[in-house]
Design a binder for this molecule. Structure first.
Ligand SMILES: NC(=O)c1ccc[n+]([C@@H]2O[C@H](COP(=O)([O-])OP(=O)(O)OC[C@H]3O[C@@H](n4cnc5c(N)ncnc54)[C@H](O)[C@@H]3O)[C@@H](O)[C@H]2O)c1
Ligand SMILES: [Zn+2]
Length: 368
């Protein structure tokens, strides 16, 4: 079975990736759980579509489970839902030997993971991600948390799962936009770490967007391997892990400007990657042909590549200093030197960011 090991000493775990894995998830969990009690925290839509095979498999493996449904999407990543989960865990008798399983996209993974990290000072946690974004990114690496009124992901923890179970078949019911949003992160891994993988993703675009099982499984596995490599060398984000933020600095400005509505995270990152490549060209770090190859690739997947004209550049640029990764008031950027290699730099000025945004908005005007 394609598996990726995440080596983090006593917190090591395996990411299993296989079409149809959901039907066998019970056995996998039974082999790993300290007691036969599992609390499944699931997004409603995911439970409706995929709850039956999971439930059958848990029962067959002799696991007693409680099911805790939360709303689809970002709305569940709130203290109020954390509180409700605590109450539900108490009522269901979730004890220190129990395992919490997150079932759904990254939002429920972050919420259920934070609940697991804090319930009884921490219980075992398993991820069963069902969006591409969660399968290649959110479920790997151990960051969990919730949003606060003052900002996204402000309350959280590092809490590594005991295992990640990925069944690529669950993506069959995923809306296309969500799929593409996940593919943006897949493309990102190629640009930051693996030029061959970038080329492979380009060549396999049709297979990927049509959910061809073999291609999809390979893309997920390679993405997990690359993220695992980064997380293993920098679990707590003091150095290398920053490269995962390629495309995210401007991506976050776009998400904030959109009020986190109407644009998917991966779409904002797609635009951010194009603009970061252009910043690298401006700084003389990257050849313009490589930046154009990045733009063209992202565009070919049907992802957006320019900043919507409706967005206010002043407000976006002033948001730079609010970036969590800003140091001394200046945002740190991850910029490509070539496809497959990036550096972290503070050489980017707010003025340069303004220029690439304005240039990008002109292009989006030209196209409409
Ligand atoms: N912890 C991390 O390291 C990390 C990394 C990246 C992103 N995140 C977080 O992940 C979240 C975004 O995750 P996401 O993009 O998975 O979004 P999401 O969890 O909001 O899911 C998107 C939508 O897809 C639905 N869905 C999920 N699986 C489905 C399926 N198989 N079929 C049909 N519908 C399905 C969900 O119910 C939801 O409506 C954000 O909160 C982000 O902060 C965390
Ligand atoms: Zn991201």
């Amino acid at each position: 079975m394609p598996a990726v090991d995440v080596a983090l000493g006593e917190r090591s775990y395996t990411i299993q990736i296989q079409p149809g894995l959901l039907d066998r998830s019970g056995d996998t969990l039974a082999a790993l759980c300290r007691s036969p009690r599992v609390a499944v925290v699931a997004q409603r839509r995911v439970w409706d579509r995929w709850g039956a095979p999971l439930e059958v498999s848990l029962k067959q493996a002799g696991l007693a489970h409680s099911v805790h449904l939360v709303p689809n999407g970002e709305g569940a990543k709130r203290i109020a839902w954390l509180q409700r989960l605590y109450a539900a865990f108490a009522a269901a008798g979730v004890d220190r030997q129990s395992t919490v399983a997150a079932f759904g996209g990254g939002a429920v993974g972050d919420l259920a993971g934070f609940a697991a990290a804090t319930w009884l000072r921490g219980v075992d946690f398993v991820q069963i991600p069902t969006t591409l974004l969660a399968q290649v990114d959110a479920s790997v690496g151990g960051k969990v948390g919730v949003n606060l009124p003052s900002g996204k992901n402000l309350a959280g923890a590092f809490w590594q799962p005991r295992a990640v179970l990925i069944d690529p078949q669950t993506l069959r019911t995923l809306p296309r936009r969500e799929l593409l949003s996940g593919l943006a992160e897949v493309i990102k891994y190629g640009i930051i770490l693996d030029a061959d993988f970038f080329e492979w993703v380009r060549e396999n675009r049709t297979a990927l967007v049509s959910l061809e099982s073999e291609a999809l499984t390979h893309a997920i596995r390679r993405s997990c391997e690359l993220k695992a490599f980064v997380v293993q060398s920098d679990e707590r984000e003091s150095g290398l892990r920053a490269i995962l933020n390629y495309g995210h600095t401007i991506g976050h400005l776009i998400e904030r400007e959109a009020g986190y509505a109407g644009i998917r995270h991966g779409e904002a990152v797609a635009i951010g990657m194009v603009l970061a490549a252009r910043l690298a060209v401006r700084l003389g770090m990257l050849e313009s042909a490589a930046a154009e190859r990045i733009r063209q690739t992202i565009h070919s997947f049907g992802l957006p590549v320019s900043v919507p004209q409706s967005m206010t550049v002043d407000r976006m640029v002033s948001g730079l200093s609010l970036d969590k990764k800003a140091r001394g008031g200046r945002a740190r950027f991850v910029l490509p030197e070539r496809i497959g290699r990036v550096v972290v730099t503070d050489a980017v000025t707010p003025e340069m960011v303004r220029e690439v945004i304005v240039e990008s908005q002109k292009e989006s005007a030209g196209r409409s």
